[in-house]
Design a protein around this ligand. Structure first.
Ligand code: ZN
Length: 405
């Protein structure tokens, strides 16, 4: 049997944060453009007291940042870019609670004229579609819904599942491009995202220097753009897709943004980010509704509910990193003081491992594989330092709620 090694270069010794419940297996950044062979990742930082960087940043948010001064900075930024005619800010938006909050604040509190831009989910849920429509009709926004070529997007999602066990990778890439791309097309000087990933455990300094991802937006070489773990060049060789089909996945050049003076900012730099408060705000102002039932793998009803494939994004994080959707939700809610760590532990115990049965058939059809192949691929990504197979059953070795002897 294999030894106790880590498949994705995450630390072999699993440690859980003493304040929240996230573990040191959490990847730091998304694996944009990763090939099958460069599939390794940085993981979240822990300080010498066993506290994760997301909790450390939360302390800073609570005690060290002058939020009034930050709001003044936001006013200045808006004053700099506000237009009398035309759009003055792009808000990449799913129609969910967070972007609903950001777009509505910018429009109605800061007097901006946002163009909201949506990269369509793989498969809309009923509630997700309704929330987007209500965002437009009740919130009062112009919106561009960009739906990529489904034949290609399905193919790429399937590759990403097989090659990286990361079915969301092509979606993440497209979503990252579409906002800035529309800023160029519509001559809009400002792009405002919601929260920075530093909120959840990327480098703390990411929260201070909101700017464009220069590395990402410097890559236009189809030999070096890997989608689903495979370069565009090799996909072209193996399929009937044409180079033009890949346009939505190729980032515009950083020089184009400089030429047009497009700036990218994060709302979480200016206003203290709290997803629950975004939910209440969007519920009140943009017609946002939670789901009628909780999401598979967790206890929440209102986070990321627009895509049937989303459940499998989190199921794959559970397999790869031992962190399911309840872990992500609970860690964030503990930090925001919405639940205690004890409550978080029991929620993780109850839901983290849950398999998302509801949309399983949709997922298999979407990526065009059979169930036995699905399990073969999934089991292939169970890192030996996280999983053991006993009597033909997979068991996770380290959980935050079980003390190991
Ligand atoms: Zn923590």
């Amino acid at each position: 049997m294999k030894k106790n090694y880590s498949l994705f270069s995450a630390p072999e010794k699993v440690v859980f944060c003493k304040k929240c419940i996230i573990s040191n297996q959490r990847p730091n950044s998304t694996i944009e453009f990763a090939s099958k062979n460069t599939f390794k990742k940085e993981t979240i930082d822990f300080n010498q007291n066993g506290i994760c960087s997301a909790c450390e940043y939360n302390e800073i948010k609570e005690n060290k940042i002058n939020w009034n001064a930050r709001e003044k900075e936001l006013t200045d930024l808006c004053n700099k870019h506000r237009k009398k005619n035309g759009y003055d800010v792009i808000v990449p938006s799913s129609g969910g609670k967070d972007s609903g909050y950001v777009a509505h604040m910018l429009k109605y509190e800061f007097g901006m004229n946002p163009l909201t831009v949506t990269w369509a989910p793989h498969l809309y849920t009923e509630i997700g579609w309704k929330n987007l429509q209500d965002f437009i009709n009740i919130g009062g926004f112009d919106n561009i819904l960009f739906t990529p070529n489904g034949k290609l997007h399905r193919y790429l999602t399937s590759l990403a599942f097989k090659n990286l066990l990361h079915p969301f990778q092509p979606f993440i890439i497209g979503q990252k491009i579409v906002g800035p791309l529309m800023a160029l097309k519509f001559n809009v000087p400002l792009v405002m995202y919601g929260e920075n990933n530093g909120e959840y455990g990327n480098k703390i300094q990411d929260n201070y220097k909101p700017k464009m991802d220069n590395i990402f937006f410097s890559n236009q070489d189809i030999n070096k753009i890997y989608l689903g773990g495979k370069s565009i060049t090799s996909i072209l060789k193996d399929t009937k897709f044409k180079p033009n089909d890949f346009a939505p996945y190729i980032p515009p050049k950083i020089e184009e943004f400089k030429k047009k003076k497009v700036e990218v900012h994060y709302f979480s730099y200016y206003k203290k980010w709290d997803p629950q408060e975004s939910y209440y705000y969007a519920f009140t102002n943009t017609g946002f509704k939670p789901n009628t039932e909780r999401t598979s793998g967790t206890y929440s009803k209102y986070s990321s509910i627009d895509d049937k494939i989303d459940d499998f994004h989190y199921y794959t994080t559970y397999v790869k990193f031992g962190l399911g959707r309840a872990s992500y939700d609970a860690a964030q809610e503990i930090r925001c003081g919405k639940i205690t760590r004890e409550e978080g532990l029991s929620l993780v115990k109850k839901y983290d491992h849950e398999f998302p049965k509801k949309h399983f058939k949709n997922f298999l059809e979407y990526i065009n594989i059979k169930e036995d192949e699905f399990w073969k691929i999934v089991d292939n990504y169970r890192s030996p330092h996280l999983w053991e197979n006993k009597n033909k059953e997979w068991k996770i070795k380290h959980t935050v709620f079980e003390k190991k002897a």
